[in-house]
Design a binder for this molecule. Structure first.
Ligand SMILES: N[C@@H](CCC(=O)N[C@@H](CS)C(=O)NCC(=O)O)C(=O)O
Length: 196
């Protein structure tokens, strides 16, 4: 693969997922730090030539084609690698985790963290449903990891990278990981394999 440009914001789990995959696979890329809270993803140029959704992560390939959405980017970069199970059923299990991450895990855990970390919102003013949903999501992961090393049994996959990104940041969102020993062991395992 020719070198590509990755627009990202350090501290964003969605962006770190992509960076972790690129580094794990030793892909050549240039990281462009994109200060989203200063409007860097809302400029006319960014919207027109990088991502009309005005978000990061976003990639511009050598031939100027672009791609957004962290999980779509990860899938593209990791095509044909050991991070995607060859077996169709196990690959579908990986996809199930990726969809769940975006629909259930991220909207509770990453959103609560962003409110506290970046918006300076007082925890008392945050909808309690976010804490309940986040803890339920962590509970589901804990039960899945009690008797297996990886979210898709047998191998580290994109499912682990996608879920690891915001799970390890969950304490910044007020979520204690103390009740989840299997998650803690899994995070340590992920960190042993990944360079970020
Ligand atoms: N579903 C998208 C979410 C992307 C997203 O929410 N990006 C945030 C940073 S984590 C962003 O760019 N926020 C700026 C904005 O929405 O204005 C993905 O997985 O890539």
């Amino acid at each position: 693969m020719e070198a590509f440009t990755l627009y990202g914001f350090t501290g964003s789990g969605n962006c770190e997922k992509v960076r972790m995959v690129a580094d794990f696979l030793s892909l050549p890329y240039q990281w462009i730090e994109t200060p989203i809270f200063d409007g860097a993803a809302q400029t006319e140029d960014f919207l027109q030539s990088i991502n009309p959704a005005g978000q990061v992560p976003a990639i511009v390939f050598a031939d100027q084609r672009t791609l957004a959405q962290s999980n779509a980017i990860m899938l593209y970069l990791a095509e044909g690698s050991a991070l995607i199970p060859e077996d169709a059923y196990r690959r579908a299990q990986m996809h199930a985790w990726l969809f769940w991450e975006q629909y259930t895990h991220e909207p509770a855990i990453a959103v609560r963290r962003a409110l506290i970390q970046y918006r300076g919102v007082d925890e008392a003013d945050i909808d309690p449903a976010l804490m309940q949903k986040g803890m339920a999501a962590l509970g589901l992961m804990e039960r899945s990891l009690v008797d297996q090393d990886w979210l898709v049994k047998g191998q580290m996959s994109l499912a682990d990278i996608a879920l690891m990104a915001y799970t390890r940041l969950a304490p910044q969102g007020g979520f204690s990981l103390a009740p989840f020993p299997a998650i803690q062991d899994w995070l340590a395992r992920c960190e042993q394999h990944l360079t970020r």
